[in-house]
Design a protein around this ligand. Structure first.
Ligand code: SF4
Length: 426
């Protein structure tokens, strides 16, 4: 399969894409709870799952032991489902106790999982029932974090897509407004808010917001910019509410951030002079910071296993701004419209693969002998044991990497394991 990128009738770039289907090595969507609960500070995530789900969440969020957590697992097993009504009653009791104990919670997500016992429970009906019961002090929504046929960043997509229908509606006469979509570190949001303000763009909201009581409005006048490349269902839900996507590369690295900001500036009629006046000092500083990382990365060969769905924008950044050589860029799913601007920027002749057949891809990885491999935790240790240098894809979601001020930090995520390997070999 291939994708044709039409940038004018004379200039069509065709990128071959290897479609794969087989055994996969990925985390499930429950993982998203870790960064989502940090972002939405009055939300609680109640996983309805098995002991395995509870262990995953506990070990992924192990650092939270000193704070009162805003996530938990209601463990369901086959016995609970001997009578489904009992399981629903038990869930209601758990939620009642939780809400009594935690008056700070304003938004509760019931998060479904993949064990067969849980699939039998109708969590959307449970969420409606509980929302009615606790209205107006607590809103209850549901989404699935199941690991069946999904990858770990889809948990955020499912969560945000569940929130879209409850966003307030804009008056149809409202002036165009900008919505930045995707969970970002507060520090990144604050930097962008300052840049937008300096450009004279004031009507900007972020989704998800820091508090569920400040949900942004949406309507036909909303133009949205995706800050993360894995929000397919969220984008579809926003478009059903009338919002329109602003096409742009993703805000990773200096180039991606500039073109992403430029899409917003064009919408609001910001002049090129003003745009450069606001962004140039930041661009120049970020480029200088990248020059420090470049000697460690330039010419190094990198191989991506499909995991976070950030692979294509990151590969574009590493190739174009740091001179790395892309051997294979694997991605679990490839959304051709959302990634069109990214694909157009990739160097010619690279191998992109979509989906996973882990054995085949391991063979190709070994044959390519890359300097560094980006992959999930399950593959990293075996590959390190084979002498390869690896980077955990999940770090790309846990670390603030978007925007000018974080461009060098993003480069350092790749330089660090290469340096460590050099020191071990020396
Ligand atoms: S949702 Fe499924 S894949 Fe994820 S921890 Fe629970 S059982 Fe495992």
């Amino acid at each position: 399969m291939s994708v044709a990128l039409n940038s004018g009738c004379a200039d069509t770039k065709v990128i071959p894409i290897l479609k794969e289907r087989g055994q996969r090595e990925v985390f499930c969507g429950l993982t998203g709870i870790i960064w989502l609960h940090r972002k939405i500070q009055d939300a609680f995530f109640l996983v309805v799952g098995s002991r395995t789900c509870a262990h995953l969440i506990q070990s992924a969020a192990g650092v939270m032991i000193f704070a009162e957590p805003r996530f938990a697992t209601a463990i369901i097993d086959e016995r609970d489902l001997a009578g489904l009504s009992d399981a629903n009653d038990e869930l209601d009791r758990v939620v009642q106790r939780l809400i009594e104990r935690r008056p700070d919670i304003k938004l509760l997500f019931l998060v479904g999982s993949c064990p067969s016992e849980v699939i039998k429970l109708d969590l959307s009906r449970a969420a409606q029932r509980l929302s009615k019961q606790f209205n107006p002090s607590v809103r209850v929504l549901n989404y699935s974090g199941s690991g069946i046929e999904t990858t770990f960043t889809q948990g955020e997509d499912a969560c945000l897509a569940a929130l879209v229908p409850v966003l307030p509606a804009f008056a149809s006469s409202a002036a165009p407004s900008l919505l930045v979509v995707g969970t970002l570190a507060d520090v990144v949001e604050d930097q962008w808010t300052r840049l937008f303000t300096q450009m004279g763009i004031n009507d900007v909201a972020f989704f998800p917001p820091r508090r569920s009581t400040a949900l942004p409005s949406v309507g036909p006048n909303t133009r949205y910019l995706l800050a993360q490349p894995f929000l397919t269902d969220t984008a579809r839900a926003l478009e059903e509410r009338g919002a329109q996507r602003l096409p742009a590369p993703f805000p990773l690295g200096v180039e991606g951030t500039t073109e992403w900001l430029r899409a917003a500036a064009n919408l609001f009629g910001v002049s090129d002079v003003k745009f450069d006046e606001v962004t140039m000092p930041k661009r120049e500083r970020a480029l200088r910071a990248l020059q420090h990382q470049r000697p460690q990365l330039e010419g190094k060969r990198i191989f991506f296993f499909p995991d976070s769905q950030l692979e294509i924008p990151i590969a574009r950044f590493l190739a174009r701004e740091l001179g790395m050589r892309l051997t294979e860029v694997g991605t679990p799913f490839l959304h051709k419209q959302h990634l069109a601007e990214e694909l157009a920027l990739l160097p010619d002749g690279i191998q992109i693969s979509e989906g996973q057949h882990v054995e085949n891809q391991l063979d190709r990885c070994r044959a390519a002998k890359p300097d560094i491999v980006v992959c999930g935790l399950g593959l990293a240790n075996p590959l390190e044991a084979e002498g390869m240098t690896t980077k955990w894809a999940i770090e790309l979601v846990f670390t603030p990497i978007q925007g000018y001020d974080q461009a060098a930090d993003l480069a350092e995520l790749f330089a660090r394991p290469l340096n460590r390997r050099l020191r071990l070999v020396a």
